[in-house]
Design a protein around this ligand. Structure first.
Ligand code: PLP
Length: 380
């Protein structure tokens, strides 16, 4: 079956007891057991909950994986993957990873003795060179944030295989509609379900998806032992989001491409970073790797620096000034003051996060309205 059909039907079978087309939300902390010391399918909602499981089954199917785990947030999911590591272990991470992942790696993992090296995952030779005998995991993102850099997922997975290390990827920006990293050889796919999977700015959630049963068992143990699971209401909303995921992502990507093309020809903009534009360094790779569209995130740079970018971000009406992304509502943000404010200025400079950058999350509004909104905000 096709992606959008599976998004509606896998894991979302009607309720056998009542025939309800939409399965009920299982708001329970605990489950009655058949006997003392004998267990049913579910026993306690931290360990497993039917509404959470339904979402996990749908997402695992869409990512082409065997097993998914749903978390309270995306960061809880990334943290769980990082708990596979211990003192002395080393991670090589892409240099344009999500700001929260950067903070987790540099301010939390370092305290438990896990070392991290950032290297550009778009430069495979440099990325591989950062691997040491202590390296246990590679961690990448594609498209990367906020440059929209495209990493060759299959090539990084091949490096990981050859060097005998795990490879994890934050697939939040692409979503499984556009990139399915497990099919390209990745070991762990991570999502902030807060973004495209949920898609309506009304939930926090995260997920890990894997194919290997042994790896799943280790992650399940860590999740259950530490407890940052997705709640049943969020799981219901996330499942509801998945049903329209493909339609939303394809339509939002279509509008993003139109906006990118319009902005690229505008004298008030100094740079447009969007993998759908032929001028983007990742364009050819994105055409091969991403499934028929380039995503709905784009970054622009205005020539006037911090103040000019701030003025634009504070002037749009439809593009609302907020962090986060991936929802039907378009959002605008200034990375240097918002998503990447936890970077020190040297790290910001090293990662090309300049003062004039503006990040757009293109929603489901009409292209013409979004264009007019930006046109007004950019001024004359
Ligand atoms: C938002 C985001 C996260 C973190 O997810 P939360 O749900 O906010 O914890 C991780 N990676 C990327 C790419 C994100 O956009």
């Amino acid at each position: 079956m096709q992606f959008r059909t599976r998004a509606i039907h896998v894991g979302q079978e009607c309720d056998p007891q009542t025939g309800a087309v939409v399965p009920p939300i299982h708001v329970t902390s605990t489950f009655v057991q058949p006997g003392a010391g004998t267990w049913g399918e579910f026993d306690y909602s931290r360990s497993g909950n039917p509404t959470r499981k339904a979402f996990e089954r749908t997402l695992a199917d869409l990512e082409g994986g065997g097993y998914a785990l749903a978390f309270a947030t995306g960061m809880a999911a990334t943290h769980c993957a990082m708990m596979l590591l211990g003192p002395g272990d080393h991670v090589v991470a892409g240099s344009d990873i999500y700001g929260g992942t950067y903070r987790l790696m540099h301010k939390v993992l370092d305290r438990v003795g896990v070392k991290v090296t950032l290297a550009p995952s778009t430069d495979l030779a440099a990325f591989e060179k950062a691997i040491t005998p202590h390296t246990k995991m590679l961690w990448i993102e594609s498209p990367g944030n906020p440059q929209m850099s495209i990493t060759d997922v299959a090539a990084v997975a091949a490096i990981a295989k050859r060097r005998g290390v795990l490879m994890g990827i934050d697939n939040t920006f692409a979503s499984p509609v556009l990139t399915r990293p497990l099919e390209l050889g990745a070991d762990i796919v991570m999502h902030s379900a807060t973004k495209y999977l949920g898609g309506h700015s009304d939930l926090l959630g995260g997920a890990l998806v894997v194919r290997d049963k042994g790896l799943f068992d280790r992650l399940y143990f860590l999740q259950n032992a530490t407890g940052a699971v997705m709640g049943p209401f969020e799981a219901f909303l996330a499942s509801r989001g998945l049903k329209t995921l493909e339609l939303r992502v394809r339509e939002q990507s279509r509008t993003a491409l139109l906006l990118a093309e319009w902005l690229a020809g505008d004298f008030r903009i100094s740079r447009v970073l969007y993998p759908g534009l032929a001028a983007h360094p990742g364009h050819e790779l994105a055409r091969r790797q991403m499934d028929g569209a380039f995503g709905a995130m784009l970054t622009i740079e205005v020539p006037g620096g911090l103040a000019a970018a701030k003025r634009v971000c504070e002037s749009t009406k439809l593009f609302q000034l907020a962090v986060s992304l991936g929802a039907v509502e378009s959002l605008i943000s200034q990375p240097v003051l918002m998503s990447h404010s936890s970077y020190d200025s040297a790290a910001r400079a090293a990662h090309g996060i300049t003062d004039g950058l503006i990040r757009l999350s293109v929603g489901l509004e009409a292209f013409e309205d979004l264009r007019d909104d930006l046109d007004r905000a950019l001024g004359t």
